[in-house]
Write a protein that binds this ligand. Structure first.
Ligand code: NAD
Length: 496
């Protein structure tokens, strides 16, 4: 009998008001049930908000360095439990152990970075235009932060959001992806073990109904969402109407450019890792390969050969290089792109089908797929597939490569492989993305730098690094006039 998990609301682990649950299964072997998790709704969110308001009263008055101390202890616990958590994450999400270890490490890095920010959270002191008057700004907590997260980074993304939100003095309601609820459960256990006051964090499991209730609750002024563009649009409409502070991190259609002077062996390693790591289910996955025609044939031949040899299976087995997709619908979506009507004359040169082996028979596996001859502007060249599919586009010049990179609605990450330093720096200016890599694949962000995309990937905010603290705090400006007289800005300043 599978274990039944609960929400964490009001300082207690509680069952959902509806009494309904959903099952969480291992995507590499669906016979393996991880547990039953609450299918929560508006009543659970309402209870969470009530508790989070009490949590905010307490936490917003706790000095920021002490809030940082709690996060440092969270980092320490994550370090101690890294291996065990990575194993549980691979069972739940499917990506290989090296990657779930990296996912936990990102949480550790984020915890330690946030901890030190507790002793910064800089405001500014600037000269006043008037005599005997000080002018300065400080950072203030906002209130309850509602966090809605996707499945692909079950630990890293909740920590990217929760740790800076908490460090800034907000209380948190976390609504994790219904595909990876167990990792969120472990994270909340760790926050409590580290000494976070109980009502400061609430965990509400569930899917769309719980997410909608959180987004539309009038007492939740801050919403941070990472997920698909369609969900982000729906959330944006509600938050716009309600004047909420909203951070959106959404889809990508990231390209790697391989120029004719590139180190092809290096680019090959990058393409394999960028396109098929996490089974292509990264927001920064390499989804397009833009190759110079002079090296196209040679490079694609090597790519196909290497892709064919990647080993699929359970990510907890050491020989596995590519795990399953997250669920049946994700695999169906990938298969839809292999339809001749969608291919429009492009050719599948590797993969293009489900594997046939006993090791993969009970999971949502799909072979690493390379599609050559993709036309710029076609669906394969512009839509986020979110699976192990790489669209190859041949170009004749740097200028054409830049044009192809830039002609999609998304703008998360890009990369260029070249030995020409001038071209590399031009690309940093020309490629319309929030992140550009030189001689590295489209993935590899570090926790202490801002992360996010331009165009329709986001709405202008950044996760990570120093910028995220701007999102989770209000700027309060303070003036102190110690002249003992009424001084009128603008008027008395230039009194003649
Ligand atoms: P998804 O949009 O299906 O779900 C994300 C979350 O939103 C889940 O918790 C879900 O329950 C919730 N949700 C669904 N409908 C909702 C609604 N109407 N209101 C409120 N919440 C709702 O995304 P997913 O399939 O879990 O994740 C994959 C997507 O995430 C991809 O598009 C990927 O590019 C994107 N992603 C982006 C980044 C980034 O930083 N840009 C990072 C990781 C993933």
């Amino acid at each position: 009998m599978a274990k039944t998990f609960k929400n964490f609301i009001g300082g207690k682990w509680v069952a959902p008001v509806s009494g309904r649950y959903f099952q969480n299964r291992n995507p590499a072997d669906t016979r393996d049930v991880i547990g039953r998790f609450p299918d929560s709704g508006a009543a659970d969110i309402a209870a969470a908000v009530k508790s989070a308001q009490a949590g905010f009263e307490l936490w917003s008055r706790t000095p920021a360095p002490l809030r940082g101390d709690v996060l440092r202890r969270v980092g320490d616990i994550l370090v101690a439990r890294k291996e065990e958590i990575a194993d549980a994450m691979t069972r739940e999400m499917g990506k290989v152990l090296a990657e779930t270890r990296g996912d936990v490490q990102e949480g550790i890095d984020t915890a330690y970075y946030a901890a030190t920010e507790g002793r910064r959270l800089f405001g500014r002191t600037v000269p006043s235009e008037l005599r005997r008057k000080w002018a300065m700004s400080v950072r203030r907590p906002i209130g309850i932060a509602g966090l809605i997260t996707p499945f692909n980074f079950p630990m890293a993304i909740p920590t990217w959001k929760a740790f800076p939100a908490l460090l800034s003095g907000n209380s948190v309601i976390l609504k994790p992806s219904e595909d990876v609820p167990h990792t969120a459960h472990l994270l909340v256990e760790i926050l409590l073990e580290a000494g976070l006051p109980e009502q400061v964090i609430q965990l509400v499991h569930g899917g769309e109904a719980a997410g909608r209730a959180l987004v539309s609750h009038p007492r939740v002024p801050v919403i941070s969402f990472t997920g698909s563009s369609s969900t982000g649009s729906a959330i944006g409409e509600v938050c716009g109407r309600m004047h909420k502070r909203l951070s959106l991190e959404m889809g990508g259609k990231n390209a790697m450019i391989v120029m004719d002077d590139a180190d092809l062996s290096l680019a090959l390693d990058g393409a394999l890792w960028g396109a098929f790591g996490t089974t292509g289910q990264r927001c920064t996955a390499t989804s397009r390969l833009i190759v110079h025609r002079k090296v196209h044939d040679r490079f694609v031949a090597r790519l196909v050969d290497a892709a064919e040899r990647l080993v699929l299976g359970d990510g907890r087995e050491s020989r596995t290089q590519v795990g399953p997709l997250i669920h049946a619908a994700a695999r169906d979506k990938v298969e839809g792109y292999l339809d001749p009507a969608v291919l429009q004359g492009a050719s599948v040169v590797s993969g293009g089908s489900r594997p046939r082996s006993a090791r993969t028979a009970n999971g949502f596996f799909y072979r690493p797929t390379v599609i050559d001859g993709v036309k710029p502007g076609s669906r394969l060249a512009t839509e986020e597939i979110f699976g192990p599919v790489l669209s190859v586009i041949r170009v004749g010049s740097y200028e054409q490569a830049v044009r192809v990179n830039n002609e999609v609605q998304y703008g998360l990450s890009s990369s260029i492989y070249t030995g020409n330093v001038n071209l590399a720096f031009r690309a940093l200016e020309d490629l319309q993305n929030g992140i550009t890599y030189v001689n590295a694949p489209t993935i590899g962000a570090e926790a202490h730098l801002p992360f996010g995309g331009v165009k329709q990937t986001g709405n202008g905010h950044r996760e990570g690094g120093w910028e995220v603290f701007d999102f989770y705090s209000e700027t309060k400006v303070c003036y102190v006039d110690f002249s003992g007289a009424l001084q009128r800005a603008q008027i008395d300043t230039y009194d003649v």
